[in-house]
Design a protein around this ligand. Sequence first.
Ligand code: MG
Ligand code: ZN
Length: 216
Amino acid sequence: MRVMPRVLVLDFDGTVTNADIGDAVCARFAPPEWRAIDDQWVRHEISLPEAQRRMWALCRATRAQALDGAREAGELRPGLDALLDGAAARGVDLWLASGGFDFYIEALLGARLDRFARRYYSTARFGGDRISVSFPHADLACDRCAVCKGKVCDLARASGPGTEVLFVGDGHSDRCVIGRADRVAAVRGSHLAKHLEGHGAGFRAFDALDELLDWI
Ligand SMILES: [Mg+2]
Ligand SMILES: [Zn+2]
């Protein structure tokens, strides 16, 4: 019997964690104008990298302060370890694809990072209390995203013949996976879930990540 190879692509902010950590750090360390920039991105007026460059430039936090803020907001979604273990037991490859940043993803996941065969996210550099962000995965960018989850799904599909691609996410930018992942799971009530419902697209809704054990 030949088992079809499977890749599970996981979003980070709002999916692996309960909250959007990038937003939480900006909310704490940037003046309120950052929200207007975020709204411009949601309305498709600017790309996510452009929004992030401007939002993070408004923040005033040292690396230690930003990490404290991230840890405070960074509760992991229940069921994460059960899902990671379940994927490993079923031979499903785990890939992490995030529009977020290295400093908080690495701090919050710790040793769990090693569970992911591939990890795609952006980079933040700290100079005193100034933060500048950069986007190392130019090959995975689209006109809206720095790390386009649709492109990551394409890459996963191309990783081996017959590969089935599963995507788990929550946000606006996760819409790029539509038509490119074979199956999608979305956090119940999230932007992604509402968008998929609005378009009559089938998806699996969940609150805790271990609800997906029978889906992977
Ligand atoms: Mg998200
Ligand atoms: Zn995209």
